[in-house]
Design a protein around this ligand. Structure first.
Ligand code: SF4
Ligand code: SF4
Length: 155
């Protein structure tokens, strides 16, 4: 976990990851909420953290695909069998694998990139970032994900 107190060691860690020959490195930023984010200083920290995403390479299992935002190929199964796109949505699952994996899969909600309120040249590369974070921070799962906007220098 990278945090306020060790953010200055990030570049060293990035060098180490590459030296070790790691083939894919995914980096993400936590989804902030509530008073934590309303503090202006924290917004600056979020911006600093977001810029580190640029060090990621090699793919990204939460990336968009087939014209759909974030992880159209993903399904998370909770300990009780609840199935959702990812752990953030397990409190409103699409189904339960006890009724069949493919049935749960077919009920999964996907967000088409063409529906996003994103009007920028980065859309192909970014694929709208994280839909959960967009909803938490900007109020709609169609909003831009500001972590990706920060990382890509999009205003
Ligand atoms: S950089 Fe921001 S506005 Fe552009 S596609 Fe990504 S989330 Fe949307
Ligand atoms: S909402 Fe965020 S964490 Fe969940 S699958 Fe999409 S990108 Fe990944």
């Amino acid at each position: 976990m990278v945090h306020e107190k060790n953010l200055d060691q990030f570049e060293t860690m990035s060098d180490l990851v590459r030296e070790l020959g790691v083939q894919e490195w995914d980096i993400d930023v936590p989804c902030p909420a509530g008073r934590w984010f309303r503090d202006g200083k924290r917004k600056e920290l979020l911006r600093d953290m977001s810029e580190k995403i640029r060090h990621a390479y090699g793919g990204g299992y939460h990336g968009g695909s087939s014209g759909l935002a974030c992880g159209s190929h993903l399904m998370t199964v909770g300990p009780d069998g609840a199935a959702a796109k990812c752990g953030f949505y397990l409190d409103e699952p699409a189904g339960n694998v006890g009724d069949g994996v493919s049935k749960a899969w077919r009920r999964m909600k996907h967000v088409p990139l063409s529906d996003l309120d994103c009007d920028c040249d980065e859309l192909d590369q970014c694929a709208g970032g994280c839909r959960f974070r967009a909803e938490v921070l900007e109020g709609s799962d169609l909003s831009p994900d500001i972590v990706q906007c920060y990382a890509r220098g999009v205003k």
